[in-house]
Design a protein around this ligand. Structure first.
Ligand code: ZN
Length: 128
């Protein structure tokens, strides 16, 4: 099994609805993102997937989150989804899955750091 990881980052604001129904104060993070792709076999170029194709695809996905309040993003707007780091990881996963042809490789994980010591991951194929 082979595995590659590409990383990028975006700055954005968010505020979570708390357990008691109140809202967290709006605040910003420099979110770091790592995307993990695995393959049993390498392709004809000898890679899992081309870094130079995957990186701009990730950047394209992150563009919709850049410099916004994540709460206003279509996936979260109107309290549809609490913009936790976990849910942000899941949204990045599903958008990247839709917008990039992984061919025989498999997108397996998206990890998002909201601070250097706090990260959340979403693994594909394991719902919720
Ligand atoms: Zn936060």
């Amino acid at each position: 099994m082979y595995e590659i990881i590409v990383e990028d980052e975006f700055s954005a604001a968010h505020f979570l609805k708390l357990y008691d129904g109140s809202w967290e104060k709006r605040h910003g993070h420099d979110f770091k993102v790592a995307v993990t792709v695995q393959a049993e076999k390498l392709d004809s170029m000898g890679v899992v997937t081309d870094f130079e194709a995957l990186k701009p695809a990730l950047k394209g996905v992150l563009k919709s989150l850049l410099h916004i309040a994540v709460n206003d993003h279509p996936e979260f707007k109107g309290e549809k989804l609490n913009p936790s780091t976990e849910n942000i990881a899941k949204i990045i996963f599903s958008h990247l899955q839709k917008n990039f042809d992984f061919k025989t490789a498999k997108l397996t994980k998206v990890t998002v750091w909201e601070t250097p010591d706090a990260q959340a991951s979403y693994y594909g194929g394991r719902e919720s």
